[in-house]
Design a protein around this ligand. Structure first.
Ligand SMILES: NC(=O)c1ccc[n+]([C@@H]2O[C@H](COP(=O)([O-])OP(=O)(O)OC[C@H]3O[C@@H](n4cnc5c(N)ncnc54)[C@H](O)[C@@H]3O)[C@@H](O)[C@H]2O)c1
Length: 326
């Protein structure tokens, strides 16, 4: 029995794959290892995974339809797909929209076609995002809220993934679970995200850019909590809903929004340095605050986030300083 993890050279995919491999699971990792951010960081993650005997890696573009035959000819024993590859980032979706259509929509359909073609598949879990809540005013964000106002193309592609997954669950009886992640951070994190950018800039003595004049709140979620949520979800195919369709979505967030300025203070204290802050207006596509309602994730997945930013940020910074020797 094997599990496919896509986006395995990425932050969350790597973290999930490593946890599974630590427990002796067999993992087939797929990633194109693109250069959206420093490829060396992705290669370093892959080197760690390649040390486990249960790991097989395929460097492939998920948007390429021939992937379905490529995988089914080689791997007949796949029981779960954990699909985390995507073009991430809200701001970049204003610059390079086609990358999002390719990697988030075309690739998502290819992965669902792969799910159809795998005879022993029990569950298809995929990454959605808190950004699907877009212009929602009600907080905390609940999976019962309508999500019809995506305010970035990134958000629209993630919402499209949820709708397309519903269709595949309905038509082909594939159990699917979409996980709406809320601002994930931690060791091996993504260089385009605030915790990483701020740490890097403060250590280099460069100013940091803070949007909406610091009036921003984020439900920062530590990577270990996200990994626990994904692992719980992938072993629990959803029961049929009232129409007999086995699909659902969950929020995976910390349920505790933190003010951006407080997050910066913890980074400053941990580094022992003051940030030079340049306040900027709100960015197009961004939302001022996020907070996850995690009632259904708690109930169905036993999801219980354990790490707040006063513990998680020092753990991220300890990794950063060791990895970059700074
Ligand atoms: N990190 C967060 O805070 C966060 C929040 C919400 C949702 N998400 C979602 O979680 C998932 C994982 O995010 P992450 O932070 O690990 O991002 P990441 O950028 O570190 O990892 C994504 C990986 O997918 C790969 N990839 C992209 N397009 C591909 C393609 N066409 N074929 C094969 N591989 C491809 C990239 O090379 C990369 O290694 C993504 O779907 C992202 O949208 C992340």
């Amino acid at each position: 029995m094997a599990k496919i993890v896509t986006g395995v050279a990425g932050f969350i995919g790597f973290s999930v794959a490593r946890a599974l491999l630590e427990d002796g699971e067999t993992v087939i990792g797929i990633d194109i290892v693109n250069d959206y951010y420093d490829v060396r960081l992705k290669q370093a993650r892959l080197r760690i995974l390649e040390a486990y005997p249960g790991f097989t890696f395929h460097c492939r573009d998920l948007a390429d339809q021939s992937l379905v035959a490529f995988i089914t000819e080689r791997h007949t024993d796949v029981t779960e797909i954990i699909h985390l590859a995507a073009q991430a980032g809200v701001r970049y979706s204003l610059i390079n929209p086609y990358a999002y259509v390719q990697s988030n929509i075309q690739a998502h359909v290819v992965m669902l076609e792969l799910a159809r073609a795998l005879p022993g598949l029990r569950n298809f879990v995929y990454a959605s995002s808190s950004s699907v809540y877009g212009g929602n005013k009600e907080s905390p964000f609940s999976i019962d809220h309508p999500v019809t106002r995506p305010i970035s193309l990134y958000a629209a592609t993630k919402r499209a993934d949820e709708l397309i997954s519903y269709t595949y669950s309905h038509l082909f009886k594939i159990p699917t679970i979409g996980l709406r992640f809320f601002t994930v951070y931690g060791p091996w994190g993504r260089p385009d995200m605030a915790t990483f950018l701020f740490t890097d800039a403060i250590l280099a003595g460069r100013p940091i850019e803070v949007f909406n004049n610091g009036e921003m709140w984020r439900d920062f979620t530590f990577i270990d909590d996200i990994v626990a949520g994904i692992r719980a979800a992938h072993l629990r195919p959803p029961p049929p809903d009232a129409d007999g369709v086995r699909q659902t979505v969950y929020n995976l967030g910390n349920h505790r929004p933190e003010k951006l300025m407080d997050m910066i203070s913890i980074i400053e204290q941990t580094l022992g340095r003051k940030a030079e802050i340049k306040f900027r207006p709100m960015q197009p596509g961004d939302v001022p605050s996020s907070c996850a309602d995690i009632e259904s994730s708690r109930r169905d997945l036993g999801f219980e986030p354990k790490t707040n930013i006063s513990e998680g940020l020092p753990r991220f910074i300890a990794w950063y300083r060791e990895y970059y020797q700074r």
